[in-house]
Design a protein around this ligand. Sequence first.
Ligand code: T1G
Length: 684
Amino acid sequence: MTVSLTRHGAFAVVCVDHPPVNALSQAVRQGLWEMVGTLDALDDVLAVILICAGRTFIAGADVSEFGKPPLEPHLRDLVTRIETARKPWIAAIHGSALGGGFEIALTCRYRVALASASVGLPEVNLGIVPGAGGTVRTPRFAGIEAAVELVTTGKPVRAPKAKQMGLIDAVIEGDLLEGSLAFARTCDFVHLPALAQDRGSGAVEPDFWTTAEAALLKCVRGEEAPLRALACIKAATERSFAGALAFERETFLALRGSRQASAMRHVFFCERAAPRPSELNGVTPRPVRTVGVIGGGTMGAGIATACRDAGLPVILIEQDPSALGRGLANLSRIYDGAGTGGRISAQQAADKVRGVTGQTDMAALAEADLVIEAVFEDLAVKRDVFARLASHCRSDAILATNTSYLDPQRIFEGLPHPERFLALHFFSPAQVMTLLEIVPTAQTDPSVLAAGFALARVMNTIPVRAGICDGFIGNRMLKVLRAQAERVLLAGATPAAVDSAMRAFGQPMGPFEAQDLGGLDIAAFQRQAARERGETIFAPVAERLVALGRLGQKTQAGWYDYPGGSRQGQESAVVAKAIDEADSAASVPRRSWSESQIVDALVLPVVNEGARILAEGIAARACDIDLVAIHGYGFPRWLGGPMHWAQAEGLADVVARLETLAAEGLADPVCDGLRERSRTGEGF
Ligand code: T1G
C-alpha cells in the first residue's frame, strides 16, 4: 500500500511508503488525494500527520515520469487540496523533504523534522524550477533573501537551520512519530498558523533583484534555471498569490521540456547508475578498512585526505623522514584550509590529521587492505614501488596505482597475485574532485574492482570504469581537445578567442588558460612519454612555448603573459610569433573564427573520440563518457556531457559538421562507430 492510514486517537497518521525515496508518482499523488477526502469526512479526526516510511520523506516529483504525459491528480492541485483541507496537516520529516515533497510540506499547517533531516528545492539541479508553489510559498515563510538562496542554489538546509529560517516549526529528538504526536498534542487547532497566501513575503532594497541577478550571472555560466527561479521569486513578491503561482507554472512547463532539463535529467540518472554497474551485480567487494598511500605530494596528500574524509584510517609512506615531513605538512595544510574555510571545525581537522600515520618503512603496510601509489609518473619508479609492496602487503591486499598515463599492465607485470592490482585514477585536487576512473587489468579480480567502486561510494565520488589505453577516457579526450585548440590557432584564431568561446560554451576555463594554471610542463612530460611509446603528437605551439621556458602562471608566461605574477593573463606577442612559426611549418590556411565555429572545432572531435572510446570498449556506456567529462573536465552539466550534447545536436548534423572540418584538414575523419550510429539512428 503506497499511502496508508493509521489512527492515534484524534490524530490520523498518513504514511507514504514508495521506495526508494517516496517520490510523488501518480500512485502516491492519487493516494494522498483520496486521503484528504477521506479524512475531511471524519469528524473525530482533529489533525493529520503526514509521515513517510523508509529512508526519507518525499524526495520530490517522480523524475522518471518526466517526459511522459502528466497524469492527474497534478501535484499543484494536490498541494492546494492539502493546504485547504478541513483537517490541518502536519508534515513529519526525516531524511530529505525535497522539491515537490517540500512543496507539500509547505502547504501543511505545521512542519516538524528530525535534526538530521534536510529540506530543499533542488529543482534547478534538474534544469527546472519548483512547479508546485515552492517559489511562491517559500518567501512567505522564510523571507525573500533566504528563499532566493534556497531556490537558486538548489542546496538543501538541515532542519535546525530551516527552523531558524521559519520553514520548520519544531525539531524532533528521538522517534519521529512519537515526537510528532507529542507536538500535535501541544498545537492549538483553533488558531491555526496562517497559510502562505495569507502571509506577506516582506520587502527588499530597491536594487536587490538587479544585485541578485548579477551575482547569479557570475556563477551560472549558461545555465538557465537559476535565473528563471529568481524571476519566479520576484514575481511572488510583486503579483497576487494566484498570479505568482501561474507565473511559476508557466516557467516550470517551459523549462521541463527544455534541452537543459533533459540534459540534467540524463546526468541525474547517469550519476545514480554509475556506482552500480551491472557487470558487478552480485559481486561482494573486498573490505577496505585501512588504506596505505605511497607518496605525500599533491596527489598523495589529496588522496590521503579523501580517504580520511571517508572515515578511513591512512598510513602515509614516504621514502625518508624529510619527505614524510613535507607530505604530512601538505595534508595539514589542506585541513587548515578546510578549518579556516569554515567547512570543518578545528577539532574535526585535528581528528582527521590524527587519523594519518606517517611512516618511511613499507613494513607498516602489512595489514593494510588497500594501498594506493601516488609517486612520480615514471614506469621504473612505479614498478620498483609495487615490487616492494608485493613483498610487504598481504596477498589479498588491493594494490592500486594512481597513474594517469602509464599502462597499469606494464606497472604490475610479473608481480605475484596479479588479481589484486588495478588503477585508481584520481583527479587533482583529489579531496575535491568528484570523479574516479577505475581501470582494471585483464587479471583484476571482480571483488577488487567492486572494492574500487565501493571506495568511490564512501568518498562521494562518481566511479567510472575505464579500459586501458593512453589517457584512459578523460585524458584521451583532453588530448584531442588540446590538439584541436592548437589546430584552430594555426588556422587563424587566437588563444583568447578560443578560451572565451569555450567559456561562453559553459566551460569554467578555456583550454589555454587551464594549461597556464596547471603548468605546460605536465603535458610536455606526457607528450615526451607518448613520443617514446612511438605515438604521434600534435602540439606544435605548446612545444615551442615550453622550449622558451613558458610553463604558465608559475613562470609568469605561458599561453599568456602574467606580468608581476598577476593571475590575469595578457595576450602575448611571443605566443603570436610561436603560432606564426608553427603555422608556416604546417601551412594551414588562415581564416576568421566565430565562437560557434571554435566550439565545433574543439568539441565535435571530442565526440568523435568518444565514439571511438565506446567502440573500443574503453568505456562501457556513453553516459560514462559524459560523467568523466562533467566531473573531471568541467564539461557543462546542463549540456549533459559531450555524447548527450551531440545526441541533442543530432548525430547526422554532427557527422556532417565533422566531415566539413575533416575536409578542411582541421579534424580527423569521422570514425565508423559515430557514422554508423547516425546512420542507424541508434544514437548513444
Ligand atoms: N524521482 C525518481 N527517482 C528518484 C528520485 C526522484 N525524485 N530521487 C531519487 N530517485 C531514485 C534514484 O534514481 C535511485 O534509483 C534511488 O532513488 C536512490 O537515489 C514540481 C517537479 C533523495 C537525496 O531533485 O537528491 O519535485 O538508481 O542513489 O544517495 O517542484 O536521490 O536505485 O534505481 O540518489 O540516498 C526534486 C533528487 C524533483 C531530489 C537520496 N527532487 N534525489 O539520495 O539515493 S523535481 C530532487 C536526490 C520536483 C516539483 C518538481 C537523492 C536523495 P536507483 P540515490 P541517496
